[in-house]
Design a protein around this ligand. Structure first.
Ligand SMILES: NC(=O)c1ccc[n+]([C@@H]2O[C@H](COP(=O)([O-])OP(=O)(O)OC[C@H]3O[C@@H](n4cnc5c(N)ncnc54)[C@H](OP(=O)(O)O)[C@@H]3O)[C@@H](O)[C@H]2O)c1
Length: 325
């Protein structure tokens, strides 16, 4: 089978397609999944460059979220061959999703309704659960909110879920006109390009005198400090850009003086075994009912995984980027 390996850190070309032995079930509680879609995540781009909080040991096969069909199933799994499943590999500390076949414990698989495509099922895993937990942790009900990287995988789902949760006003920030259009099509009331001049003044004006009740910032970097200025006096900055924290001292002082809040957000510690299945099932049901629509912004054959990474890294992608067989 084909799988994508990295043997050294560096540019996208280090992602090498190799012919590997197809994995086999060894225990009665295991399943063999024929992967129909797997997800590319921004953190994998950072990992490939060895710029992430965690350095993977090499050689490695990235990929923490897959969806596909059961090719074979151990007798204790109770899952029929041919079933459609989603497997959030990250929830069991696994990777290896950039491949044609994956063996996992049957307990890791979440049934996938016919009405939800393999691609959507992948988009709903890391990004969907992140958006769901962000909204649960810091409810936007009745609030004015600002969302960064709003045209991306997390951003597009966060806009939809924030709107459903009763956000009063959603202002989106993104890095291209196409992403701004995407953000507005998902429900943002206003969208500004933070790679063009004057975005910060436009945001302040959009926030009004009071400011934003919540800023959901999953990007981080130098712009994060300016969001503190835009918060209401009791506002919350929900910060989910691991390793890219950049609050300067004046902003920290302002937060302390005004009694505003910065909340760190990390998905992994929130993932309890039973809860992942429950939460993914909820996201699948919302999608099947037409109440949530994952945006698939790019499909790349596994063979062209390097191009998929280039696409994300050069900030061209909207929504979720998927690898297909
Ligand atoms: N805390 C957690 O548990 C958690 C979980 C999932 C994701 N995340 C974070 O949430 C963010 C969004 O994740 P995603 O998977 O949905 O990715 P994504 O939004 O689909 O893609 C990444 C986006 O980040 C923005 N960006 C900012 N600086 C960038 C740079 N130097 N290079 C490339 N892109 C840059 C780009 O949007 P613009 O051009 O619009 O700025 C890009 O489209 C990422 O920072 C990710 O690490 C955190």
């Amino acid at each position: 089978m084909k799988s994508v390996q990295i043997n050294e850190f560096g540019e996208p070309d280090v992602l090498t397609v190799v012919e590997a032995t197809r994995p086999e079930i060894r225990d009665d509680d295991e399943i063999l999944v024929h992967v129909r879609a797997s997800g590319v995540n921004f953190f994998e781009v950072l990992m490939r460059r060895d710029q992430y909080a965690v350095t993977p040991s090499l050689p490695a096969t990235f990929g923490v979220e897959i969806a596909g069909t059961l090719e074979a199933a151990g007798r204790n799994t109770g899952i029929p061959v041919g079933s459609r499943v989603a497997v959030p590999l990250f929830a069991i500390g696994r990777d290896g999703g950039y491949a044609e076949y994956v063996v996992v414990k049957g307990a890791a698989a979440v049934p996938l309704p016919e009405a939800v495509s393999f691609e959507a099922a992948v988009a709903l895993q890391v990004q969907g659960l992140t958006a769901l937990h962000a909204v649960r942790q810091t409810s936007p009900n009745g609030k004015s909110v600002l969302i960064t990287a709003a045209g991306g995988g997390v951003g597009t789902l966060l806009i939809q879920l924030a709107k459903q949760a009763g956000a009063k006003r959603i202002v989106a920030l993104a890095g291209s006109d196409e992403k701004l259009r995407t953000a507005v099509s998902q429900g943002a009331d206003l969208a500004f390009n933070y790679r063009s001049g004057g975005w910060s003044a436009k945001c302040r004006a959009a926030a009004g005198d009071a400011g934003f009740d919540i800023v959901y910032d999953f990007v981080g970097g130098s712009q994060t400090s300016s969001f503190v200025e835009m918060l209401t006096q009791t506002g919350v900055l929900l910060f989910g850009a691991l390793g890219r924290f950049a609050l300067d001292i004046p902003s920290m002082n302002k937060l302390l003086a005004d009694g505003q809040t910065v909340k760190g957000f990390a998905l992994l510690p929130l993932l309890q075994a039973g809860a992942v299945r429950h939460d993914l099932t909820e996201l699948f049901q919302l999608t099947a009912a037409g109440r949530l629509t994952p945006v698939i912004g790019g499909r790349f054959p596994l063979q062209n995984t390097a191009d998929a990474h280039r696409f994300v890294e050069t900030r061209q992608s909207t929504g979720k980027v998927i690898l297909v067989p």
